[in-house]
Ligand binder design. Structure first.
Ligand code: FNR
Length: 415
């Protein structure tokens, strides 16, 4: 194992990648990624909700070649996974955003760049040939906001994902205790953590402190030590409402998704506004502690909107089988945040690719063992759950998509 990247050979699961990330990263950085808000009730529930869902396998079906190709908001995808937007990733690994986006492209799945990413909209578009989405936090400065939207359109991002669950930064007590703040300020504790994690420190020293490249000149006052979540919250427009969303709909020419939906009535209203997709999420338990787990919220939302628009779900996905459970509960795909970032934190692009590969292989295996040849057409009767089942879905086939993807690993040096 080198000082810079742990040996990934023995990694079997996302949990293994998390363990490697925990060992490689200073505690403050690991807890910024891994932690949630306040008592972390929602963080724990996200996982528990997926674990509560039980499948009732079918037998004697031909599952020799499970079909996991799917369509996500009108975009063909080689697997029903999307990388969720994440800010501050370069704390975990140099150019972590690009590493993760390349991993997503190699697996033929969409990658979502955050407003708070440490790589700019344009730099990402130049670095990665893949299906790129852009996640927008609506900022107080409307002109700056419009510029971000127009830049994403000009750079060729196919889908705008508007995150609506960060009206203020969640109270992340680990970050407060650890002094993870903007501006980044070195404390004695950080120096000690750096000294005891030389591989990480050396990489950071060579590459410099991460910068929020999309937000240059926009991060509010520089005089207070606020956690990253609080600092972002300070710049955001907490007055953003349905009228603002309607204006955004008019401005953005591509597909538009809303991230952070948990209530069926909101989902219905979004559909009536002409939104292209609903992203069911509680921000991975990082915002409202006590919010319902995404997997628990999904069936009611599916029942409310029927098949009118596709749904993505995130928060708590750590196994491939979670995607199958989510499909049966009504989602078209699952998004992964920490799972991909643990991979990048453990081993850059190689680690991020491995994280996605593990999830995809686990999904294929789960489909075989559940007697389900087609992800998209997984039968509703597959699930035995405490929660309500999703309504009957239309059956779709995407045979023409299967040949669209070449999943052969790229011959690029991982960054
Ligand atoms: C996030 N998330 C997030 N969401 C968003 O819309 N914009 C952002 O900038 C960020 N930043 C961010 C940073 C880090 C370190 C994490 C872990 C998460 C939330 C993210 O998009 C997603 O909703 C959750 O990560 C999903 O939960 P899991 O997969 O991490 O359990």
């Amino acid at each position: 194992m080198s000082a810079f990247a742990p040996n990934l050979d023995k990694v079997l699961s996302i949990r293994d990648l998390r363990d490697l990330a925990r060992r490689r990263l200073p505690r403050s950085v690991f807890e910024f990624i891994d932690g949630g808000a306040e008592d972390e009730l929602t963080l724990a529930e996200n996982r528990a909700a997926f674990e509560r869902v039980r499948l009732i396998p079918r037998i004697l079906t031909d599952v020799s070649a499970p079909d996991i190709v799917t369509d996500i908001v009108g975009t063909p995808s080689a697997a029903p996974f999307v990388v969720a937007p994440m800010g501050s990733c370069m704390l975990a690994w140099p150019e972590a955003d690009i590493c993760i986006a390349r991993a997503a492209a190699a697996h033929g799945i969409p990658y979502t760049l955050s407003t708070m990413s440490t790589t700019s909209i344009e730099r990402m578009a130049n670095a990665v040939q893949g299906n790129l989405w852009f996640q927008l936090y609506v900022l107080k400065d409307r002109d700056f906001n419009n510029q971000l939207v127009d830049r994403a359109a000009a750079a060729g991002y196919s889908t705008l994902v508007v995150a609506v669950d960060l009206q203020a930064g969640g109270k992340r007590e680990r970050d407060l205790r650890n002094g993870v703040s903007i501006p980044l300020r070195m404390t004695i504790r950080h120096l000690w953590e750096g000294a005891t994690h030389p591989g990480w420190s050396w990489q950071l020293a060579r590459n410099g402190l991460p910068d929020f490249e999309n937000m240059r000149g926009m991060m509010g006052s520089n005089d207070a030590n606020l956690t990253i979540a609080a600092r972002v919250g300070e710049s955001l427009d907490a007055s953003f409402n349905w009228d603002g969303l309607a204006r955004l709909r008019e401005r953005w020419p591509g597909k538009l998704m809303i991230k952070g939906v948990l209530h069926p009535e909101d989902a219905q209203r979004l559909v009536s506004l002409g939104i292209d997709g609903i992203w069911v999420s509680n921000h991975g338990g990082r915002q409202l502690d006590g919010a319902v787990a995404s997997a628990d919220a999904l069936p009611a939302i599916a029942a409310a909107i029927g098949n009118r628009v596709p749904m993505i779900i995130d928060s708590g996905v750590r196994r491939g089988v979670d995607a199958l459970k989510a499909r049966v509960l009504g989602a078209s795909a699952v998004a992964v945040g920490r799972a991909a970032l643990y991979g990048a934190a453990a081993g850059g692009e190689k680690g991020a690719r491995l994280a996605l590969q593990i999830l995809i292989e686990e999904l294929r295996l789960a489909m075989k063992l559940a007697g389900t040849p087609s992800f998209y057409n997984a039968p509703e009767t597959l699930v035995l759950s405490q929660t309500t089942r999703a309504p009957a879905r239309q059956q779709h086939q995407y045979p023409q998509l299967a040949s669209t993807f070449d999943l052969a690993p790229e011959k690029r040096t991982p960054c």
